[in-house]
Ligand binder design. Structure first.
Ligand SMILES: NC(=O)c1ccc[n+]([C@@H]2O[C@H](COP(=O)([O-])OP(=O)(O)OC[C@H]3O[C@@H](n4cnc5c(N)ncnc54)[C@H](O)[C@@H]3O)[C@@H](O)[C@H]2O)c1
Length: 269
């Protein structure tokens, strides 16, 4: 299956993406670049080498691309990354994707307060703050925008051993709704993607942790779930999520707001 999409003409607009070094964030950044957006990627310093590779790919499409350091647990770092984006690329932020997230795998009775807090700070508070700082910039610019967040199939149905993760993703769905209501007046749409099992380093981590808990071999947890749950018969690729985001931010998606859209090959059925 080919995921290559055509490189289109410049839209003279910027897309800001957190956690764009790898996995789904990387696929969204490169897809939106091919769609015509200049790109700003905010990620943690440890991901810089990978981010450099994404920036090079985006520039090969003739787009502008910058990288910024932001740990989404720190609101000031998000605020500064968005400020630097418009400072370096101009006040034309049209898309913001709060993609950064982590999955910690542990039975609830073994979850420490620190473990839970870390997950909430990244997956939920990080997303809320990214959305709000982006929306403030969009309101200031005055030409609307598209705000996208990382939901999950877990925004609708949680899984054992992924309790705090499911809690954050349910909350993402709620926050997506309220932000869509409040910001419709500014011509800002707010939606979230809700993937199932995507072939990224995150799922490799989940698989290794589940193997320990369930006493099975590495690779088994993922293989069993893909075979049992995914009706379309193949694991989801990051580019499958990027296609949905590409649609949501396009003119074609302009009547959709407040939705967490399941994109999981039928795994939620
Ligand atoms: N992989 C899946 O199956 C799946 C399914 C549903 C939802 N999602 C969601 O999609 C998003 C991306 O998932 P992925 O599979 O690509 O993950 P991944 O682990 O492959 O990549 C996560 C990215 O986020 C960055 N990141 C981590 N902590 C950060 C922090 N504190 N501040 C800034 N950046 C940080 C990492 O450096 C990395 O670039 C996550 O929010 C995840 O919950 C993933």
């Amino acid at each position: 299956m080919s995921f290559a999409s055509p490189v289109k003409a410049s839209l003279n607009r910027i897309a800001f993406i957190t956690g764009g070094a790898q996995g789904i964030g990387r696929a969204i950044a490169t897809r939106l670049a091919r769609d015509g957006y200049d790109i700003a990627i905010a990620d943690i310093p440890q991901a810089q080498t990978k981010v450099d590779g994404v920036i090079d790919e985006i520039k090969s499409y003739g787009r502008q691309a910058i990288s910024l350091h932001a740990d989404v647990r720190e609101p000031t770092q998000i605020e500064s990354a968005i400020a630097q984006t418009v400072e370096q690329l101009g006040p034309r932020l049209f898309v913001s994707v709060a993609n950064a997230g982590v999955t910690q795998v542990r039975p609830l009775l073994e979850c420490t307060p620190e473990f839970i807090e870390n997950e909430v700070r990244i997956n939920l508070l990080g997303l809320m703050n990214t959305h709000i700082f982006a929306a403030k910039q969009m309101v200031k610019q005055g030409f609307g925008g598209r705000i996208i967040g990382a939901g999950s199939i877990a925004s609708y149905r949680t899984a054992e051993n992924l309790g705090p993760y499911g809690g954050t993703k349910f909350a993402v769905r709620g926050f997506t709704e309220v932000a869509a209501k409040e910001w419709a007046q500014y011509d800002i749409r707010v939606n979230a993607y809700g993937p199932g099992i995507v072939d990224t380093p995150m799922w490799d981590h989940i698989d290794r942790e589940l193997a320990k808990i369930e006493g099975i071999s590495v690779g088994e947890a993922k293989a069993v779930r893909v075979k049992r749950d995914i009706k379309l018969g193949r694991i989801q690729e990051p580019e499958d999520v990027a296609k949905l985001v590409s649609f949501l931010v396009s003119d074609e998606g302009e009547y959709i707001t407040g939705q967490t859209i399941k994109s999981c090959g039928g795994a939620s059925l």
